[in-house]
Design a protein around this ligand. Structure first.
Ligand SMILES: Nc1nc2c(ncn2[C@@H]2O[C@H](COP(=O)(O)OP(=O)(O)OP(=O)(O)O)[C@@H](O)[C@H]2O)c(=O)[nH]1
Length: 322
């Protein structure tokens, strides 16, 4: 295989639990004028690729990995994608990987050291973990959430607008108990100086090995199998009033089990796509970019959580169609 430049590509891994603000941070990185040509790998949980649609339109190279969780497919897909990117090495000088909210970052980090091509052509710059200051409280027991905190070089305590100062102090204390090494920033909408997250050379394998001496040898990890996703992809025009009623009712009655919901919809045959986002009981909907001429106006929704009834969700969505 021929590689054009020998200098290793710095890589930033963005992790954080469902809905924490990873895509928000990614969009900030992509719009910031840092002079770097950034390639992006977005991994998401679920069959429909909504995240890549929510990443703003730029000239950057954006690759999706939707067929599973990055931490499980890491030795296959991630390595394959990075290897193929390396053959277009002249097109970018930085790589950002956004993992799913349910990914354990450990196997992702491992792959930079155990795979020969990854090891010689990339250099892990930092693991950035975004924390949803309001909702992390529901997920302290989650193994993945704990791993995400433990492996962070930088922690963004995000959504500080949704909690009090006292809660923030309490939260930071709790996070520091899991990770004493990381640098902490408080953010709203991941608004911070991009120099705090890109090109910081913060990752140090020695720190990781001090947390877990067997880190490079571990092959298996487990997921909480009770969390799964339901994806809906259907043509049709959605009635906005019916949709609002349904989503409000859904988040009110099932918010506890509904960790994350998002969708890109054709509402009231408007010129612009309608984008909604939800995290537990918090719901937000707004117009997105215009539909492109000739673009298929497919409604795509994803629900992630526990005890979700796929048939019921699909039926209730269909009831919102005109
Ligand atoms: N109130 C508030 N909302 C925020 C903040 N940051 C992000 N959000 C909103 O939180 C929602 C989720 O943000 P994303 O950036 O999509 O989160 P994510 O971590 O990429 O989500 P997944 O990839 O689905 O796990 C969106 O509606 C954001 O607009 C913040 O600081 N405060």
């Amino acid at each position: 295989m021929a590689y054009i430049k020998a200098k290793p590509v710095p890589v930033t891994v963005i992790t954080g639990y469902l809905g924490a603000g990873k895509t928000t941070l990614l969009n900030r990185i992509l719009t910031h004028k840092h002079g770097k040509q950034v390639a992006v790998i977005v991994n998401e949980f679920g069959e429909v690729g909504i995240d890549a649609q929510l990443v703003i339109d730029t000239n950057e190279e954006i690759l999706e990995m939707n067929n599973g969780c990055i931490c499980c497919t890491v030795r296959g897909d991630l390595i394959r994608i990075v290897n193929s990117l390396m053959q277009r090495r002249d097109k970018f000088d930085y790589l950002v990987i956004e993992t799913t909210g349910l990914a354990d970052p450990a196997p992702v980090i491992q792959s930079f050291f155990v795979d020969e091509i990854m090891r010689s052509h990339t250099e892990l710059d930092a693991v950035i973990t975004v924390i949803d200051a309001k909702h992390i409280w529901y997920h302290w027991d989650s193994y993945e959430a704990q791993e995400q905190i433990a492996f962070a070089d930088v922690v963004l305590i995000n959504k500080i607008d949704l909690i009090s100062k006292t809660q923030l102090v309490e939260l930071e204390k709790r996070l520091r108990k899991i990770n004493a090494f990381a640098k902490f920033y408080y953010t709203q909408n991941c608004d911070l100086n991009i120099d705090c997250v890109l090109g910081i050379e913060a990752f140090d394998l020695k720190n990781t090995l001090s947390i877990d001496p067997n880190f490079l040898d571990e092959a298996n990890h487990e997921h909480d199998q009770s969390i799964y996703s339901v994806a809906i992809a259907e043509m049709g025009t959605v009635n906005s009033d019916k949709l609002t009623n349904w989503l409000n009712q859904l988040t009110q009655t099932q918010g506890q089990n509904l960790f994350r919901l998002k969708g890109v919809l054709n509402v009231d045959a408007e010129d612009r796509r309608f984008v909604f986002q939800g995290i537990h009981m918090l719901l937000d909907g707004r117009p997105g970019r215009p539909w492109k001429p000739g673009e298929s106006r497919r409604n795509e929704l994803i629900f992630i959580g526990r005890s979700l009834d796929e048939n019921q969700l699909k039926q209730e969505f269909r009831n919102c169609l005109i």
